[in-house]
Design a protein around this ligand. Structure first.
Ligand code: APR
Length: 235
């Protein structure tokens, strides 16, 4: 059985990473479009760099939760039969034991050179415009896919969705495309679909089954089900 799992901010919520669209509708005190667009970066580069520098630094203050760890366990058992794609830019999947994570919206622990397009691992700050380790030009920006930019790895993701027997969406509001369209695409290609989210999302009507509650509870329970079923899993 081939499983594709899509995760969103909700899977990291219990680790203490704020989601985008809950509570006050702000992301760490900002409207998302004020920090997550190329236009925002052109207009206020220092503010945007400082914002992402703070998010990168904050990774040191959070830990993976049982939902990340359960997906790490699932990968250990399924190997290539699991494809994990996340919209999250944190590194909690990796620290929860997943080794092959497809970060479609980029990663905080990576910098993108606007001059040579290199993507380089980055743990420090960018606000002082350090030189690119590849070309030496001082044009590094956060390696994060902003609104209006094309997510990473879409061709591979679409192939994986077509192969999927089961598509599982965890902790995402279903508000942002293209990820919000994955459920219908996978279903059209024959996959069963399961939503695991705190509350019903915009996408709930499109899923074969939806379970609502905290990811830290729902995801380990679902992984136990899959692994206990000899891989002929129910959704
Ligand atoms: N367990 C499960 N789900 C949760 C939890 C939890 N503990 N806490 C919150 N959620 C759910 C919310 O109910 C919501 O449906 O997670 C979802 C988070 O939704 P968003 O904040 O919209 O995050 P996401 O769907 O990942 O956003 C998609 O939008 O701003 C862009 O690029 C950004 O990747 C992001 C994309």
């Amino acid at each position: 059985m081939h499983i594709v799992v899509l995760t969103g901010a909700g899977i990291s919520a219990e680790s203490g990473v704020p989601t985008f669209r809950d509570a006050d509708g702000l992301w760490e005190g900002h409207h998302v479009e004020d920090v997550a667009t190329p236009e925002a970066y052109e207009a206020q580069p220092t503010m945007v760099q400082e914002f992402y520098d703070a998010r990168r630094a904050a990774l040191a203050t959070v830990e993976p939760n049982p939902a990340h760890q359960a997906l790490g366990r699932l990968e250990q058992e399924l190997g290539d039969d699991l494809f994990l794609v996340t919209q999250n830019i944190d590194d909690l999947h990796e620290r929860g034991g997943s080794t092959r994570v497809h970060h479609m919206h980029g990663e905080l622990r990576s910098a993108l050179c606007r001059a040579c397009h290199a993507r380089v691992e980055w743990t420090g700050t960018l606000v002082d415009y350090p030189p690119c380790p590849r070309c030496g030009i001082t044009e590094l920006r956060p390696d994060v896919v902003w609104f209006g930019e094309i997510p990473y790895g879409m061709d591979e993701i679409m192939v994986e969705l077509q192969r999927a027997d089961l598509f599982v969406s965890i902790g995402t509001s279903g508000a942002v495309y293209p990820a919000a369209g994955f459920v219908q695409f996978a279903a059209r290609h024959g996959a069963r679909t399961l939503e695991l989210n705190l509350v019903p999302s915009e996408g709930t009507p499109f899923f074969t089954e939806a379970r609502h509650g905290p990811a830290g509870v729902l995801v380990p329970a679902w992984v136990d089900e899959v692994l206990g079923s000899g891989l002929d899993a129910p959704v």
